[in-house]
Design a protein around this ligand. Structure first.
Ligand code: PXL
Length: 271
C-alpha cells in the first residue's frame, strides 16, 4: 500500500526550509505528504527580520475534523515546531492518528553552530528532550545533541566525542540516535548508534561552505529513503549525498538556502 506521512513543521514563506523543502522532497519520492503547519513565518529566522504566526490555536480544530474523517498516518516527520505547545500537539497526533507501527522521526531543530536559534530557550530544549522519548529515529546536529545532553560543544570532533553524544542521547530515547554534522579526519557525516549498540559512521566530503535548510533537506531525504526500505546507514548516506549535491548546485550569492529544486529535477530526469 502507498505510504502516507504527516510532517509537522513551520511554513516559512521564503527561505527554502521546513515545509517548502519537506513537501516537494517527500512528494518527489512518491509519498503522500500531509502537513500540520506549526507556524507561518514571513521567512526563516536567519534573515534579520521575520514575522511569526503561531498556529497552536488552530491545531485542535484540525484534529477534531481529522478524527471525524478517520485519518491515519503511516509515519511522522517532525521538524521546526517553534513552541512547546506544538510538542504537546505532536504527541496528541501520535496518540490519535498513528497507523499501526507508524515510525516517528524527529529532527529537533532548535540550534546550530553552538547556538540556539532565535526564540528558543532552555525550557524548550528540556521539553524537546522529553518529546524524543516518542521517537523511533532522532536526527539532532552536533549542537542540538550537546544542548539536549548537557555536553560541551566542540568544533573539533573525534570518535570518542561522537560516541559520548550518542550514548547520552540514547538515555533520552528508545529510538535510534543519528547525529548529523560530525567531522572526522577532514570528512563530514553522521554517527549512528545501531540497535545492537554498535556505532556506524557515514562520512563524505566536507564542502567549504554551509547553507541554511540543509538539515531539513537531510531529514526529508533520509525519511523518504528509510520509508522506502533502505537501512538507516544507507538512508543517511543517500541523504548526505543529496545535501552535498544541493550545496554544489548553489552559487555563492544565493546566501539563504540551497537550489535543492535543481537537484530534485536532475534526479527525476535520471530515473
Ligand atoms: O531550517 C531550520 C529552520 C526551520 N524553520 C525556521 C527556521 C529554521 C532555522 O533557523 O528559522 C523558521
Amino acid at each position: 500500500m502507498e505510504k502516507r506521512i504527516l510532517t509537522i513543521q513551520d511554513l516559512s514563506c521564503v527561505g527554502q526550509c521546513s515545509l517548502t523543502v519537506a513537501l516537494p522532497v517527500l512528494s518527489a519520492y512518491g509519498i503522500e505528504t500531509c502537513v500540520l503547519p506549526t507556524a507561518v513565518l514571513s521567512n526563516h529566522t536567519m534573515f534579520s527580520k521575520w514575522s511569526y504566526l503561531d498556529l497552536t490555536p488552530e491545531v485542535d480544530n484540525i484534529f477534531a475534523v481529522w478524527r471525524e474523517n478517520g485519518f491515519r498516518f503511516d509515519a511522522f516527520l517532525l521538524g521546526y515546531l517553534g513552541k512547546a505547545s506544538l510538542m504537546d500537539a505532536a504527541e496528541r497526533a501520535f496518540d490519535t492518528f498513528a497507523a499501526e507501527g507508524a515510525p516517528v522521526i524527529i529532527d529537533p531543530v532548535f540550534a546550530d553552530n553552538g547556538k540556539l536559534y532565535g526564540g528558543f530557550d532552555g525550557e524548550y530544549v528540556k521539553r524537546m528532550a522529553r518529546l524524543l522519548r516518542r521517537a523511533d529515529v532522532i536526527l539532532p546536529n552536533v549542537t542540538e545533541a550537546c544542548f539536549l545532553t548537557g555536553t560541551e560543544y566542540r568544533t573539533e570532533h573525534d570518535e570518542a566525542y561522537a560516541e559520548g553524544l550518542l550514548a547520552a542521547l540514547k538515555k533520552l530515547t528508545d529510538g535510534i540516535p543519528v547525529v548529523t554534522g560530525v567531522e572526522l579526519d577532514g570528512k563530514m557525516g553522521e554517527a549512528v548508534l545501531n540497535g545492537d549498540g554498535s556505532v556506524s559512521y557515514v562520512m563524505g566530503e566536507k564542502l567549504p561552505f554551509v547553507r541554511h535548510g540543509t538539515g531539513d533537506i537531510f531529514a526529508s531525504v533520509f525519511t523518504a529513503e528509510y520509508l522506502s526500505g533502505k537501512s538507516l546507514c544507507d538512508a543517511a548516506d543517500g541523504a548526505s549525498a543529496f545535501v552535498r549535491d544541493c550545496l554544489r548546485a548553489t552559487p555563492e550569492e544565493h546566501f539563504y538556502g540551497t537550489l535543492f529544486e535543481r537537484v530534485l529535477k536532475e534526479r527525476r530526469g535520471r530515473r
